[in-house]
Structure formats: C-alpha cells, structure tokens
Design a protein around this ligand. Structure first.
Ligand code: C2E
Ligand code: MG
Ligand code: MG
Ligand code: MG
Length: 288
C-alpha cells in the first residue's frame, strides 16, 4: 500500500504525496481502532450468537443449528460478521473469538439438550487462521470436554480454500477431528477450487451448496445444473448435501424433489437468538 502511495506521489508531485500519506494514515488509524475495539468487545462480552435452523427434508424436522456470530456494539447496534471477521482474521483475534464462539455454541447445545430440545447438532464456522494452528484439535477437544457435549453434537464448517491451502496438513487435522467424533462439512461448496480427487480423501460428512447457486436455481440453467451436479456428487461420495440460502417455497420444493438432504435459509427461518430458536423448535422440531 505504501509503495503504491509513493508511486502515485511521484506521478503527481509532492503535495499529493502528503495527501495520500494522510489518507493511508487515516485508514491505518481506523484499523488500529477497530482492532482495539474487537479486543475490548471480547473482554466486555459484546459478541452474541444467533442460530439458524437446518431442516432435514426427509423427516421435516430441525436437525441442526448453525451458530453465526454478531457484535452487539454499544453504539452501532448489531454488527454483522462480514464487517469484522476479516479484520479479526488479519489480526489473529479470530483465535480467541473463534474459541469463544465454539465454546458458547457447545454450551448452548448442552442447555438445549437439558431442556429437551434436540438432540441437535450445532454447526460452527471456523476460519483458516484457527484451522492452521497446531493446537486446533486440542482446542476443540478441550471445549468438548469442558462443556460435556458429545463430539457428534458438534459440526465444524470449513471452506474449500482453507483445506486446499495445505492439503496434507488439512487431511491430518480433519482426520484427527473426525476421530474425536466431530462432523465436518465444506461450506460455500462450489465457489472454491476443491480437487475432486482430494474431496474423496477428506473425512467429511456434508457439502453445503453455496447460496449463490441456490438463489438462481429457477432463473439460471447453469446454477440449476451446478446444484444438481453437487447433489449427485455428494451422494456418490456418501455425503449429505445441504442447500443454504433457500428463500422461496419453489426453491424448497425443487430441492426436496431432487433429493437434497437438508435446507437452510430465510424461507424456513432467519438466524434467531437462542430463545426464539427454542420456541421455533417447539413448533417444528418434533412435529413438523
Ligand atoms: P456462512 O457460514 O456461509 O453463513 C451463511 C450466511 O448466509 C449467514 O450470514 C446467514 O445469515 C446468511 N443466510 C442464511 N439464509 C439466508 C437466505 O435465505 N438468504 C440470504 N441472503 N442469506 C442467508 P451471516 O450471519 O451474515 O454470516 C456471513 C458469514 O460470516 C458466514 O457465511 C461465515 O462465513 C462468517 N461467519 C459467521 N459467523 C462466524 C464465526 O463465528 N466465525 C467465523 N470464522 N466466520 C463466521
Ligand atoms: Mg457456514
Ligand atoms: Mg455458507
Ligand atoms: Mg458464505
């Protein structure tokens, strides 16, 4: 970034250099401020989780909940993850934040189980920075031990790019997690570049079709073909397939008719706080 500023400054003359310099400093300041804010937010427990149900299309029941983090900011209100996760990744703060997310999600699942809700799986998103740490498996297993959640009550959502970065290491880590009993899924499937040869070797249970394909399933032949191909691929590899971002009844019906195993999306429910999730489960969990 600084190099570009200098280059531009040389093109534009000295006064402009000061201008770009000031602008870069302002950006840098904003980032530093945000980093400090995230650190403080962890201490002050300003992060909260919402839970979005995944519905099993074979039984019509809620099978699982994906935990999605939000920042309940004292001034800005509810801040969505896309506005702070990447900075948390860059600064490494995703490591304590991610551990908090996993612990909180497992505790919530235990609380639900004790209240007769479930047994459900709780799915947690993990970032590359967490997954690449040598103590990641140990972190997961100690969270399971501390919270008492059976390992098969936890699902970890990984992305293609994360596991393709260092395939050898990724297979080792995934195998260790699978051996603990944790379920693994590939999130946003179809947007990365998984080698199909590797996919077969990954000890995963679920492919989650990216919502960009689901969104256009009716309008766009290519998207529909991609979704159908992923359903086939998953089933041929003995994996379950989940469609995310299902917003309409016709998308829901289409996916069910084509053998998709689970759906997640606004059509059934937005992400909910824990109490609202429990109430929805009361209506749909066992009787739907
Ligand atoms: P994701 O894991 O692919 O999660 C699905 C996102 O799609 C969520 O956005 C969810 O609210 C949204 N969504 C669900 N159904 C629909 C629908 O029908 N239509 C539309 N338009 N959107 C739908 P959210 O909560 O804003 O999260 C965005 C991303 O942030 C997540 O994508 C995930 O990559 C990341 N993220 C969220 N929580 C965490 C976390 O605890 N740790 C990490 N590392 N990443 C997280
Ligand atoms: Mg996810
Ligand atoms: Mg996704
Ligand atoms: Mg996504």
């Amino acid at each position: 970034r600084a190099d570009i500023a200098v280059y531009r400054a040389k093109q534009l003359g000295r006064n402009n250099f000061q201008f770009y310099d000031a602008q870069l400093n302002a950006e840098g300041q904003a980032r530093l401020q945000m980093e400090a804010d995230i650190r403080l937010a962890l201490e002050r427990e300003e992060f909260v989780l919402q839970y979005q149900p995944k519905v099993d299309l074979h039984t019509g029941r809620i099978a699982s909940a994906e935990a999605l983090v939000r920042w309940r900011h004292p001034q800005k209100g509810m801040v969505p993850p896309l506005s702070f996760i990447s900075l948390a990744e860059e600064t490494g703060l995703i490591v304590p934040l991610g551990a908090w997310v996993m612990r909180t999600a497992c505790l919530q699942n235990m609380a639900w189980r004790q209240a007769g809700i479930g047994p459900l799986r709780i799915a947690v998103n993990v970032s590359a920075r967490q997954f690449a740490r040598p103590d990641f498996v140990e972190t997961v297993s100690s969270i399971l031990r501390e919270t008492g959640l059976p390992a098969d009550g936890l699902e970890i959502e990984l992305t293609e790019s994360m596991v393709m970065e260092d395939v050898g290491n990724a297979i080792g880590v995934m195998t260790a997690l699978r051996d603990l009993g944790v379920l693994l899924s590939i999130d946003d499937f179809g947007t990365g570049f998984s080698s199909l040869a590797y996919l077969k070797r990954f000890p995963i249970s679920v492919l989650k079709v990216d919502q960009s394909f689901v969104r256009d399933i009716e309008k766009d032949d290519d998207s529909r073909m991609i979704v159908l191909s992923i359903i086939d691929l998953a089933h041929n590899l003995k994996l379950k397939v989940v469609a995310e971002g299902v917003e309409t009844a016709s998308q829901f019906d289409y996916l069910r008719s084509r053998g998709c195993d689970e759906i997640q999306g606004y059509f059934f429910s937005r992400p909910l706080d824990a109490a609202a999730f429990a109430a929805l489960y009361g209506k749909h969990g066992e009787t739907a």
